[in-house]
Design a protein around this ligand. Structure first.
Ligand code: SAH
Length: 327
């Protein structure tokens, strides 16, 4: 698909249903009816960065910061494995307390549990990524957020677009299953740049792509901006399925925040992954990257049962394997 074609589809809502149906068909033909569940552990909300959209940004003083101990991270992961998850995702702000040695120890312990392990802990050096890989990490999530360089600079003070791109290519080179993605609905984001985001996923040959609508957070400079459009985010996701037919695509939590049935709609428009939260209830509310996050008062146990029922109700099954990309 050419850039112009992507732009036309993104600009015109007349054929939305056709697009969603086609993405659903391509999903079924290439990755089947199984849905992969990933247990998400939000292990620290401490962050040195200043991403303008994110509630965890370091200048936000109106947030109670926490950091799980290594023992608690491993305990949470064990708990998730007992619920039947075959992939653990460790996510945090960019928290330098967890240096390479500490991360490698945690990775080694979790890999003893016979699970696939995904990291989502931000920009690191090539050597750090190499050490995590050697310790056993299988996958890495690092959204490019936007490929519009000017918008990227505007949204990420003291950060470098070039470095973020380099990180992604380093991850690929090191043999990680590499996940990226973008936000939809950032202030001044254009349809053209969303088309470029999709082409970037293809160029990188991303193994996973997570798309979410932007949701304004009160304690950030973007507090008065409009939220992203659920349907536009869904279209970016569906188009991504068309151009990368065999990758893993999550139905994101941010989609469900904007639409009460958002994840099920996404699963029927190209997605094949869900990432239920397994963080203990005590910390969930504090990991507030955006407001209105779902399931804040629920336990890991409840989230598992709830999503399982929803998935079965649309005739899909829960996968029992690790859920690597199917080549
Ligand atoms: N520190 C890690 C993890 C970031 S949190 C990293 O840099 O990769 C995971 C994702 O949440 C981000 O990549 C971003 O796309 C999304 N996010 C952050 N703030 C958001 C907001 N206000 N609305 C919607 N999504 C947001």
């Amino acid at each position: 698909m050419k850039r112009q074609e992507l732009i036309e589809i993104l600009s015109d809502s007349a054929k939305n249903d056709e697009l969603f149906k086609e993405a659903d068909r391509i999903r079924r033909e290439n990755v089947g009816n199984e849905v992969h569940l990933r247990g998400l552990v939000e292990f620290s909300n401490i962050c040195k960065r200043q991403c303008k959209y994110c509630g965890l940004r370091s200048p936000n003083q109106n947030i109670e910061r926490y950091r799980l101990s290594e023992a608690d991270i491993i305990k949470t992961a064990k708990n998730a494995v007992n619920f039947g998850y075959r992939t653990i995702v460790l996510q945090s702000g960019e928290d330098d307390f967890f240096d390479t040695d500490k991360m490698c120890e945690i990775i080694c312990e979790i890999k003893k549990l016979d699970v696939a392990l995904t990291l989502s802990i931000g920009e690191k050096t090539y050597d750090e990524y190499r050490a995590f890989k050697k310790a056993g990490a299988d996958r890495y999530l690092l959204r490019i957020e936007t490929t519009d360089e000017n918008l990227y600079k505007e949204m990420h003070p003291n950060a470098s677009f070039e470095n973020r791109v380099n990180c992604l290519y380093n991850l690929k080179k090191l043999g990680y299953e590499t996940g990226t993605g973008c936000l939809v609905g950032l202030p001044n984001q254009t349809i053209e740049s969303l088309a470029d985001d999709i082409l970037f996923f293809k160029e990188l040959d991303a193994d996973m792509v997570g798309i979410g609508p932007f949701i304004p957070h009160k304690q950030t400079p973007l507090k008065d901006e409009n939220k992203g459009d659920f349907w536009l985010a869904l279209k970016v996701m569906a188009l991504t399925r068309l151009i990368l037919p065999n990758i893993n695509i999550p139905a994101t939590t941010a989609m469900e925040t904007l639409h009460p049935n958002g994840r099920i709609i996404a699963l029927q428009s190209g997605a094949n992954v869900v990432m239920p939260n397994v963080t203990s209830t005590e910390y969930r509310a504090k990991y507030e990257i955006y407001p209105g996050k779902i399931c804040l008062n629920d336990s890991a146990d409840k989230c598992r049962g709830c999503i399982e029922n929803k998935i079965k109700s649309i005739g899909r099954t829960i996968s029992k394997d690790y859920g690597f990309r199917q080549h």
